[in-house]
Structures are given as C-alpha cells and as structure tokens.
Design a binder for this molecule. Structure first.
Ligand code: ADP
Ligand code: ASP
Ligand code: MG
Length: 814
C-alpha cells in the first residue's frame, strides 16, 4: 500500500487527469493505492481572489466565480461523456453552495479566516470528486473518501495544527475496512474538533498525503507534480537546473523551508521518524527517475552543496540600540511578540556585539510585526535605549543547502565571493550551526542573477555563461559576431564557456534577447528593432541584470567611451577596441582602472594597440611577473605602414592613402592616422600600462604632413591637399631611397618620455622589412635588456581586430 499525491497541474486538465488515471490504474494492478489530490491548478488562488473581491464589494467576484464554474464543468464534460444525474447534481449543488457563500461574503463584506477555509475547501472537494467519478466511469475500483472525516485539527484557520492522535486513529480505522483498490482523498482540507472546516496551509495537500502515509506506515510516499523531482534550483528561474536523484530528509526540509515549493515543508516530519521514503515524480514524465528523499546520509561522495533555493517577498526587520548590549531578555520579548501575532520568522542573525538583532519575515506580516514590536519596546524606545524597528522590503532569501557542506571548507566563502563578483549586495547572512544551510538576504531584483551565478559556480560542470552586449556593428563588429557564431560550439565543448550575445546596437537600432540573439538573422532583426540610445542600451543591460555581463565597444565614438564608468560600476565588464577612453586624460584612464578593480569588472582593451596582437597582454604579464619596462620602440600604425610600404616614385601619395582607407586600415577619418595622433594614442597607452602617468600632450609628435594637410577642415578637403602637396611626399620618399632606407612611422618610449615621428629606417634594423599593414613592438626590459622581446604581425584589419576583441572576451571567461 502506497500513498500517491497529485498536485494542481496534475489534475489541471482532462489530458493530465487521464495521465493520473493511467498511473493509478497501472499501480493498482499490483497494490492498493491511496491517492491524495490538490485542487485543479490555479483554483485555490481563484477562490481566494473571488472571496477578496466579494469582501471588497467588487462585483467582479461573479466573473471569477463564472471562470471557476466553467473550468470544472469543462473538465467534467471532457472526462465523462454522459455523466449520470447524481454526478451532475453533486457538481451543480457544490457550485451553487460556493456561489451562495461568495454572495454572503459580498453582502456582509467580511472574509474571516474561518470563511476563507470554507471557501477554498471547494477546490479539493470538486477535484477529488471529478477524479473519482471519472475513474468509476472507466470501471475502475475507486472510492472517494472525504479527508475531512479523517484529519482533525485545532481551530487555527488557514494553517491548522493536526491532532495526530485522533487523526491517526481515524485513518487506521477507515482503511482497516476499506476494500477498494484505489481511494481518492482531497488534500489540504481538514476539520476542527468542533466540526469547522480548516485547512493545512498553502501547498498543504503534500502534508495530507504525508499524514496518511505515516498513519498507515506505508512503504513509500509519492509526490507527483509538474517537474521531475527536486531540482538543483527552481527550474523556472534557472534553466540549467537539473533534478537531484537523492536527498536526505534534512536536505529536503531545508530546501522546502527556503522556497523549493515542490514539497510543502511540514510534509517531511510525519514520514521522517518512520523512515518512509518520499519519491517526487513527474506526472507528465513518469519514466524520469525523480528525486528520492530518504534517511540515507551515506552519500559522502556526492556534492557537498546539493541545491540552492529562494524565497521572495521577504522583509528584513532590525532591532538595534546600545541599550540592548549585554541585557538578557530582549530576544525573548522580541520573538514572543512575533509569536503572539502568529508571525513566522524565516531567518535570524545577531551580531556578536548584541547591538542588533536582524530577522526576516514574510513581507505581508511586516506592518503588523513592526507595530507590535514598537509597542512591546515602547518604554525603551522612549528612553532612546533602542531605536524604533527598521523595516526593509523587496528582499529575498537565497539558501545553499547540503548535508555534507560542514565537511568542506570554503563553501560560504565561495558563495559570497561569487555573489560579490556579480555586484550582488548581501544584506544579511545566516548559517545554521548544523551547517546544512547557508542563507543570505539580497534584493529581490538580484534573485535570478544570484541563483544563476551560484548555480553555475556550484552545480554546473565549470561551464561559465558569458552574456555579451555589443555596440557598434560595422565592419569589425560584424566580424566579431560572425566569429562568435562560428566558435560557439567549440567554446562550449573545449573551454566550457557558454557565450551568448544578448544585446546588439548600432547608432540607429538596438535589439535584445535574454536567452541569446540568433546570430544567423541578427542583421535583419536589428534593422527592424527599437531605436537605440546609449543610455537606453545601458539601462536595458542593467535591468536584465545578468551575471558575467560584458559590454563590448566596437565604435570609435567618444560618447560611447564616456559611459564605461557606468558599466563598470554595475560590475559589467568592458571590452573596447575604441581607444578614446584609454588615451583620454590620465585621470579618466586611472579612474576606469580603479573602478574595474573596485567592482571586480574586467576592463580590457587589447585591440587598442596592434589590433589582435597580444601586446598589452604581454606587457601586463611582464610587469605582473616583476619585470620593468625600460624602453619601447614600435611601428604601431597598420595604416601608415601600409601607406609607406606602397608609396614610391611610381605612385601618388593621395591614391595610396585612399587605398588604405578602402581596405579598412585607417580610422574613419584618415587624418587621425596620418597626423600621427593614432600612433601617439597607442604609445601613450603602452606607456601608461608600463606604469608611467602621462597625457597625450606630453608626447612629442613631429608630423610629416604639411601645414595645408593639417589645417584641412574635412576629410575631402584633406584628400585635396594631399594631391596639391604631392611633391612634399615625393621628397620624403626620395631622401629615404637615397639613404638606402625605408620610411616607417615610429613610436618610442624611453621609460619617461614618448615621441612619434616618421623615420628613415636602415637595412639592418628590425623595422626595415616590416610588410604590408604589419605592426612591430620591441620591449626592452630588465629581463630583456639587449635583445628586445619582439611582437610582430598584422596590426590592422577587421578580422584581426575582431579576433582581438574575441580574445579579450574569452579572457574574462577564463
Ligand atoms: P503541485 O501543484 O504539484 O503541488 P507546486 O507548484 O506546489 O506543484 O510545486 C512544483 C513547482 O515548484 C515547480 O513547478 C517549480 O516551479 C517549483 N520549484 C521551486 N523550487 C524548485 C526546485 N528546487 N525543484 C523543483 N521545483 C521547484
Ligand atoms: N490547493 C492548495 C493550494 O493551492 C493545496 C495544494 O495544492 O497543495 O495551496
Ligand atoms: Mg504543491
């Protein structure tokens, strides 16, 4: 003999009810089955809503009633094609009594807890009746028994306490003589000793089933629901959550107490002492193993932390004041006050100074709690010994649970650092002495992010999810998206990084998808999406509040560079190929670096110098490992290198520059490259990264352009001046040729000062043979004093820049 409980969704549609019948039928071929059912999914809420509306003299309670009626009549007609008169009459009578109860509430505009229990009892009465009659119509040997005849409670309406002595005797007594194969009982509802209708608390059908299972000492209690067991986190909030095969009673209790609604917390108690296993199963997937809850704690090899759960709508109340220190009795008075008001305390912490006690309760109890506590401590408050109680709302509790956590060090450290890294502020912390549970109070808005980060850290095989937001999807941005698309699978399989592009923006439009944008159709989708603004993009990323968020700036826009600080302050990493921020004032640059450290948000800009070449990364590695940079010599402009490699006495300077722009090697405004400003910015960044505070004005820039070129006020005008001044450029070339040299635009840093200039490079110099758009950097350091460390390769172009950005993103993932 076993007890099977079916929840609201399991009896929520004709289709599901047929699944339930199938399960019970199969089952009863072997053993007798006792089946406890919830109300049809959503009906308890609807009944309460109708009651509240009626109490508020709002006539829409009638439309709520109509829906309740229609749901049940539809179910009946879908399940039993021709119900007999008795069945029809029962249902109609029940619905009529429900209607008159609601009318009564409307008339006297009062809804007491007692009436509320009477009201909600209709839900389980109707569902159990419909299920039983359907089974009978299929000629199954089923009988419905009203559990109100068996379960006896006190008068504590809406969450009554069971008198186990009488209840157990009733149950044993009834089943002694029951000879049907299947017994159907309504869950949740009971009766008080004086005969009033009571209920066992929301979610209480699980409890009904547990009470019956314990009274009859059955072999197993099965909880059939809409998910395949107790998951590592609420599967509705954490997509990657998975069912846990085995849990101990304690673990199940902790998890359900802290919000894992799949099991109503009191349900564990009755079966625990009798060692009756609880098996949580999925009605829609009966073959799935589900979760087995037993007394078995020998799972020493399993993970220390088993799952993370959460409760929303928490208020945190703090009682504090110097008058509390060392004086016994404060806590007693505080918690007695709460007990008198029947307020359940979910969470408590007390600082060792005893200066304050902080506790979490259901938000709906906060007003009553605050008022009654202030009354209890009226005297002390008036004497300024303690402060009036402080109430904070919109909070949640998250709890990490596992029997084995006590044997593992560093779990709470890991939990809190994981939260900290993602900018999730922790309001309070509690850890039970048994160390089966570490819980924290956080803002409601952070719950999803917190659960997902912790889940990723503790329960996913080191797979890290990166949520990327790209602004600027021109040449380079487009390549970046392409590369991400191509590499996605490899990243997941080889690097355990799940990289998702959540947001994209160009100067016109922006588009978001929390579950990851399609990287096939993004162009079309973006063109049709909402209007973009920089602030709008930031706000959306903030409100999505996803873990490991990365903002990628693929523009050359100053306004975009000005909001990096806002991102970093939200612990959102910034990856930029835009050089403006890093070459802006030293103050701004160092502030961004500081914010990055403070908020634990990487700020990476490898592509600012040498596109995809690992120049900054190498420099950082050298310095971090204790080396010191003595000087740097470099050719850092892919575009200038291209220009001087292609320019000779058979070509025109103007044409070569045009060509470089066409190939995408120059900045959108080629003057930035040709004036040397771009190179100056790059050597500035390298000097700063080497540890030298410096500004752009400090860099000596001897331009090879003519005054005319420099004075041009538009890009077109600039090109015209290049034509006009062709002889000037030919002279530069001729001189180099005469000296057997190559023209290279060189950046130098001597440890203190930096300069950029066009130079004639002799044959024996490493720069001489630099081809096409290549860059070269020579680091002279303490460890490389004579032979420099050289990095050389393509230093411009959309593909290499995109791959440099990609590498920065992956660095964050690692
Ligand atoms: P029933 O109506 O069958 O009693 P409930 O809605 O009471 O079902 O409980 C099942 C729901 O519990 C799931 O659909 C899921 O949304 C929620 N839930 C919360 N935390 C967990 C968890 N850790 N594992 C499984 N389900 C959870
Ligand atoms: N129907 C009740 C509720 O919704 C009891 C239950 O489903 O367990 O709370
Ligand atoms: Mg439930």
């Amino acid at each position: 003999m076993n007890v099977l409980k079916f929840g609201g969704t399991s009896v929520g549609s004709a289709e599901n009810i047929k699944k339930v019948i199938h399960i019970l039928d199969n089952y009863s071929q072997k053993e007798t089955a006792i089946c406890v059912v919830s109300a049809v999914g959503g009906i308890t809420d609807k009944l309460l809503k109708a009651g509240e509306l009626a109490q508020q003299k709002n006539e829409s309670y009638l439309s709520e009633f109509k829906q309740i009626k229609a749901i049940h009549l539809n179910l009946l007609s879908e399940l039993i094609s021709e119900p007999n008169e008795t069945v029809k009459e029962y249902i109609e009578n029940k619905l009529a009594s429900l209607k008159s109860l609601l009318d009564g509430i409307y008339l006297i505009n009062e809804l007491s807890p007692k009436t509320s229990d009477k009201l909600v009892s209709f839900g389980e009465l109707l569902s159990s009746y419909i299920l039983a009659e359907t089974m009978k119509s299929y000629h199954l040997n089923a009988v419905r028994k009203n559990s109100q005849d068996l379960i006896v409670t006190n008068n504590n309406f809406t969450k009554a306490e069971v008198n186990f002595k009488i209840t157990n005797a009733n149950i044993v007594d009834y089943f002694k003589n029951a000879d049907q194969k299947i017994t159907i009982l309504p869950g949740f509802i009971s009766k008080s000793e004086s005969g009033e209708i009571t209920t066992l608390g929301r979610g209480g059908s699980d409890f009904t089933a547990a009470i019956i299972a314990a009274a009859l000492k059955v072999n197993r209690l099965e909880i059939w629901t809409d998910v395949s067991g107790m998951y590592t986190a609420n599967p509705k909030l954490v997509k990657q959550a998975y069912p846990i095969e085995r849990l101990s009673y304690q673990e199940a209790m902790e998890l359900s107490h802290f919000g894992a609604k799949v099991l109503y917390p009191p349900s564990v108690q009755p079966v625990l002492s009798l060692n009756i296993p609880i098996h949580i199963k999925n009605t829609s997937d009966p073959d799935a193993y589900g979760t087995l809850v037993t007394n078995d704690k020998t799972n020493g090899f399993s993970k220390a932390a088993k799952a993370i759960s959460n409760i929303s709508n928490i208020a945190l109340l703090t009682l504090q004041g110097t008058g509390m220190v060392g004086i016994p009795g404060f806590s007693k008075r505080l918690f007695e006050t709460l007990a008198q008001e029947k307020i359940n305390v979910i969470f408590i912490t007390q600082a060792s100074s005893e200066h304050s006690i902080c506790f979490g309760i259901d938000e709906k109890d906060a007003t009553v709690a605050a008022a009654s506590i202030n009354l209890t401590f009226e005297n002390e408050i008036s004497l300024n010994k303690i402060d009036p109680i402080i109430v904070e709302k919109d909070l949640s509790i998250i709890a990490l649970v596992g029997d084995n956590m006590k044997n593992h060090q560093g779990i709470s450290g890991l939990m809190f650092s994981t939260l900290g890294q993602n900018n999730i502020n922790i309001r309070a912390i509690a850890q039970g002495a048994s160390e089966k549970n570490i819980s924290a109070v956080i803002a409601e808005k952070d719950v999803k992010k917190a659960l997902n980060t912790i889940h990723e850290r503790f329960f996913e095989d080191q797979t890290k999810q990166l949520n990327v937001f790209i602004t600027g999807v021109g040449n380079v941005g487009e390549r970046l998206v392409e590369q991400i698309h191509q590499q996605k699978k490899h990243l997941k399989e080889q690097l355990k990084i799940n990289l998702r592009v959540i947001g994209l923006s160009n100067s016109r439009n922006m588009i978001f998808d929390e579950s990851g944008l399609s990287l096939k159709s993004w162009k079309e989708d973006l063109a049709l999406s909402e209007k973009a603004t920089l602030e709008g993009f930031l706000e959306r990323i903030k409100s999505l509040n996803l873990r490991n968020s990365i903002f990628v700036d693929v523009t050359a826009n100053e306004d975009v560079s000005k909001i990096y600080a806002e991102y970093l302050k939200e612990s959102i990493a910034v990856v930029a190929c835009n050089k403006i921020a890093c070459s802006s004032t030293f103050e701004n640059y160092s502030n961004l670096k500081k914010l990055s450290v403070k908020y634990n948000a990487p700020f990476l800009f490898e592509t600012n110098v040498g596109a995809g070449l690992p120049i900054i990364d190498t420099l950082n590695h050298l310095i971090n490992s204790g080396d010191r940079i003595t000087s740097i010599q470099a050719v850092l402009s892919g575009s200038l290198n291209f220009v001087f490699n292609n320019f000779d006495d058979t070509s025109k300077f103007h044409d070569v520059v045009k060509q470089a722009q066409k190939e995408g090697y120059t900045e959108p405004d080629p003057r930035i490259d040709l004036s040397g400003v771009d190179v100056a910015r790059k050597i500035l960044i390298l000097a700063r990264e080497s540890g030298t505070p410096m500004n752009l004005e400090d860099i000596e820039n001897t331009s090879f352009l003519t005054d005319n070129n420099l004075k041009s006020d538009s890009v077109d005008d600039f090109y015209n001046t290049l034509i006009a001044d062709e002889t000037h450029f030919q002279k530069l070339y001729a001189s180099a040729k005469k000296n057997d040299c190559q023209l290279k635009y060189v950046a130098e840093f001597d440890g203190k000062k930096a300069k950029v200039s066009l130079r004639e490079i002799p044959k024996d110099h490493p720069f001489y043979n630099l081809k096409g758009k290549d860059n070269i950097v020579m680091f002279y350091t303490q460890r490389y004093p004579e032979q420099p460390m050289i990095i050389k390769g393509a230093g411009a172009g959309a593909d290499v820049t995109a791959s440099g950005l990609f590498a920065d993103i992956i660095r964050i993932g690692n």
